[in-house]
Design a protein around this ligand. Sequence first.
Ligand SMILES: *Cc1c(COP(=O)(O)O)cnc(C)c1O
Length: 379
Amino acid sequence: MAVNQALLREAQATGPTKVPVARPRLPSAEAVFPYLQRIDDAGWYSNFGPLLTEFEARLAGRFPAGTEVVTVTNATQALTLTLMAMNLPVGGYVVMPAWTFVATAHAVVQAGLKPWFADVDPDSWMLRPEAVTGLAADIRAQVVAVIPVSAFGAAGDLAAWRAFRDETGVPVLVDAAAAFDTLDDADLPAVVSLHATKVLGIGEGGFLATRDAALALRVRQLTTFGFQGGRESHVAATNAKLSEYPAAVGLASLDAWPADRFRFLRAAQQLRISLIGRPEVQFQNGWGADWVTSVCAVGLPDGMAAPVADALHQQGIDTRQWWGAGCHTSPAFADCARGDLRHTDRLAGSVIGLPFSIDLSAAETGRITDALQQALAGL
Ligand SMILES: *Cc1c(COP(=O)(O)O)cnc(C)c1O
């Protein structure tokens, strides 16, 4: 059966079948089953049961001792609740990159704050502290926090952001939504997504990692009606906790992670190797070599994203502009303040997400790279 399916997939991949931009794989029913059995045995279904507690402990174990992990229904909520728990002056500016997924800006607005869209570094695609320190004094005076975003899972210069926080006293919250693999330090509070499309998925979910125990406690409280052990609400809050079921999937995902990570690396290396000698296709620094993520975002020459996407589409190969034309171009954020966004606008026209998945076949890799080379030669 397994063999037939593999053959079928290979046949489909070489035929006119579409190559999807992503093909998420979460743990199989078989892998989750023992954990579901533990839920049955315990009869404990939500409210910080044994599986969620174990899941959080295993996540925390990926960070230096003293790191707290708080799971939340998704990363967007985790960002919102963390901003709320930081007790920032209402209506203040949160500087964030325009080059990010819309969730970052939604979280800022939901927390009663205002996004201030800044430009990113053209090479790393990420915000640098200079984007904040270089702001005009009247704007800087209104900045209450900064959210650097880890671009498609890249690590980002967290040391520079720590120095910025220590020197300026401005709180920094890292949107590390796609950075499950690279995030290994939570001296700056950081939020990771566990969405199905991310590299370690549980369906919907996310977590805050932080060394600030008081912050972790306040975020926890915000996920559970403002409770603090008893049945009294201490702060206006919501219900954003995870039940035992996603924790079961999470534990199975963590069991599979070392092997999955290797498979992601291998798939990425295949893509990189087949595009050797094509310097106009720029992979993110270290992608597929030092770190993995669930997407393959590449930089092309200026303005080439749309024509290349069209050419690939005609060959049945899906691409995605994961961050559209930048967060600032969404109608929801049209009124938000912003600086000069020339690098972001350039990235919007030159970065595309190629198909990528843990089980990307050699045939699919071949089709993607052939079509890409053809498109680049013809344009
Ligand atoms: C995926 C993503 C989010 C949102 O994560 P959810 O868990 O889906 O809410 C936020 N920011 C960035 C940069 C992302 O890539």
